[in-house]
Ligand binder design. Structure first.
Ligand SMILES: Cc1ncc(COP(=O)(O)O)c(C=O)c1O
Length: 439
C-alpha cells in the first residue's frame, strides 16, 4: 500500500506558500523547531549547523541559556508599559551599556526601537532635526532596511524598490569602494580617493553640501556582499562631514557586537561617528534596536517626535542585558577575530581551488566569497546556480545564505559561540558542496 511520505517540513512549507505574502523572501525551504548555540533542528528532527545566525542576529547563539533565563524572569515581572507611559530600569540599563560601548569620546545619549529599519529612520530624523537640512547621502550596494525611507537609502533597486512607486525624496547615492569590482580604469591604489571625489562631485552636481543632513554608511557592507571599504575611506567621510557640518551615521546593524573581531566595525578605522545604529545581535534573537549618539544631536528634536509603543520593550531589554554579560564572559569579540582567521584561511583556499570562487574577503567573522563564471571576466555566477550550491549545503546539514547586488556572494554569520569542531564541519560541508558543483 502506498503511504503518504510528505515530510512535516514540506507540508508546512506548502502552508507558508498559501498563508504568507509572497513578498517575504525565502532563503531556504526549512521549517525549524528548535535551536541551541550554532545548531538548529527542523520539524522532522534533522540537525543543521547554522552559518546564517538569523541574518547576523545571533552572535550569542540560539537560545543562549542566560538569555532564556533572563526572559523567563522578566516575563513574570513586567511585559510592557510603553516607555512613554512609564519608564523601567532595564531600558535605562541598556542605554547605559550602549553609551559605555559606543567607541568614541564625549557626551552621548541613546534611545531604543524594535528593528534596524526603525532605528535607521530615526537616526535620519535626528540628523535632520539637528542640522535643519533635508538631504541624505547613502551608498551604492548599501542596505539599511525595508521601510520606505530605508528603501530609498538602499543601494540596490531590484527587488527592493521594484514596482513600489515614488520613494521619499532628497536621498542620493555615492560610490562605495568595492575593490573586487572597481570602476573601469580606477586602480586599487586610487579607489578611496575616487569614491571620496564622487561625493564631492555629488555636492557639485545634485546635492549642495550645505543642504546635506547626513551621510549614512555601513562600515562593512552587509547585504551588499560583505564589502570592506578601502583604507582611508571611512576616515575620509569623517573629514568631509566635519568640513561641511554633516552628521555621520554609522549603520552597525549587521557588523556590531563582535562580528568583525571588534565590538563595532568602525573601531578598525578609529573613526568617531556622530550617530551609531545598532540592532540584530544586540538582543540574542529578540527584536530590539537603538541609536546612540552625541547628546547635542540626540536632544535636538521636539519631545514626542521620536519613539513608539513597543521600542525598548522590557522583555527585549532583559535579553539585551544578558547579551552584554555573555559578550564579556564568553569573550565573543575575541571569538569573532579567531573564527574570522579560520574562515579566512579556508575561503582563501577555496579561491585557489575552485575556478568559480572569484574573491574571498571580509573582516573578522564577517566573511564572504564571491562566485563568478570565470575569474577573468568576473561575470557573476547566475543566482539560480548560487541557489543550487546553497541547497547542496542544506542537504548536507548546513544553513548558509547569500548576499550581494548580483546575489552571487556566500556569507558567514555563524553564532560566535560555535565550537572549533562545528566550525570545521560547516566549512567542510561548504567545501564538499563546492566540490560537487558543476558550472
Ligand atoms: C546593515 C543593516 N541595516 C539595517 C538593516 C535593517 O534591519 P531590520 O531588518 O531589523 O529592519 C539590516 C538588515 O539586514 C542591515 O543589515
Amino acid at each position: 500500500m502506498k503511504t503518504n511520505t510528505k515530510s512535516k517540513s514540506a507540508a508546512l512549507w506548502e502552508d507558508r506558500s498559501k498563508l504568507v505574502s509572497s513578498g517575504s523572501a525565502a532563503y531556504s525551504s526549512l521549517v525549524l523547531e528548535k535551536g541551541l548555540g550554532a545548531k538548529v533542528w527542523d520539524v522532522d528532527g534533522k540537525e543543521y549547523l547554522d552559518f546564517a545566525g538569523g541574518i547576523g542576529a545571533l552572535n550569542v547563539g540560539h537560545c543562549h541559556p542566560k538569555v532564556v533565563a533572563a526572559l523567563r524572569e522578566q516575563a513574570g515581572k513586567l511585559l510592557h508599559t510603553s516607555f512613554h507611559v512609564a519608564a523601567y530600569e532595564n531600558y535605562l540599563d541598556v542605554c547605559r551599556e550602549l553609551i559605555a560601548v559606543a567607541p568614541w569620546q564625549g557626551p552621548k545619549k541613546a534611545i531604543l526601537f524594535n528593528s534596524g529599519s526603525e532605528a535607521i529612520e530615526n537616526a535620519v530624523k535626528f540628523a535632520r532635526g539637528y542640522t535643519k537640512r533635508r538631504t541624505v547621502i547613502a551608498f551604492d550596494n548599501a542596505f539599511h532596511g525595508r521601510t520606505l525611507l530605508c528603501l530609498a537609502l538602499d543601494g540596490k533597486h531590484k527587488p527592493l524598490r521594484q514596482g513600489l512607486g515614488a520613494m521619499p525624496p532628497d536621498v542620493h547615492h555615492a560610490r562605495y569602494p568595492y575593490s573586487y569590482r572597481p570602476p573601469v580604469g580606477v586602480p586599487a591604489s586610487e579607489l578611496t580617493a575616487h569614491c571620496l571625489e564622487s561625493l564631492e562631485n555629488l555636492f557639485r552636481v545634485s546635492a549642495a553640501a550645505e543642504d546635506v543632513a547626513a551621510i549614512i554608511v555601513e562600515p562593512v557592507q552587509g547585504e551588499g556582499g560583505f564589502i570592506v571599504p578601502t583604507p582611508g575611506f571611512l576616515k575620509g567621510l569623517r573629514t568631509l562631514c566635519d568640513k561641511h557640518g554633516i552628521v555621520l551615521i554609522v549603520d552597525e546593524v549587521q557588523t556590531g557586537f563582535g562580528r568583525t573581531g571588534e565590538m563595532f566595525a568602525i573601531e578598525h578605522d578609529g573613526v568617531a561617528p556622530d550617530l551609531m545604529v545598532v540592532a540584530k545581535s544586540l538582543c540574542g534573537g529578540m527584536p530590539l534596536s537603538g541609536v546612540v549618539g552625541r547628546t547635542e544631536i540626540m536632544d535636538s528634536v521636539a519631545t514626542g517626535a521620536i519613539g513608539g509603543t513597543y521600542g525598548g520593550n522590557p522583555m527585549a531589554c532583559a535579553a539585551a542585558l544578558a547579551v552584554f554579560k555573555i559578550m564579556k564572559e564568553e569573550k565573543l569579540v575575541a571569538a569573532g577575530k579567531k573564527i574570522g582567521e579560520t574562515v579566512k584561511k579556508r575561503f582563501d583556499g577555496f579561491r585557489d581551488k575552485y575556478s568559480f570562487v572569484g574573491d574571498s574577503r571580509g573582516l573578522g567573522a564577517m566573511r564572504a566569497i564571491e562566485l563568478v563564471t570565470d575569474k577573468k571576466s568576473k561575470t557573476p555566477l547566475p543566482a539560480a546556480k548560487v541557489k543550487d550550491i546553497l541547497h547542496a549545503c542544506e542537504d548536507r546539514g548546513l544553513i548558509v545564505i547569500k548576499a550581494g547586488v548580483h546575489d552571487n556572494v556566500i556569507r558567514t554569520l555563524m553564532p560566535l559561540v560555535i565550537s572549533d569542531a562545528d566550525l570545521k564541519r560547516g566549512l567542510d560541508i561548504l567545501d564538499d558542496a563546492f566540490g560537487s558543483f558543476k558550472l
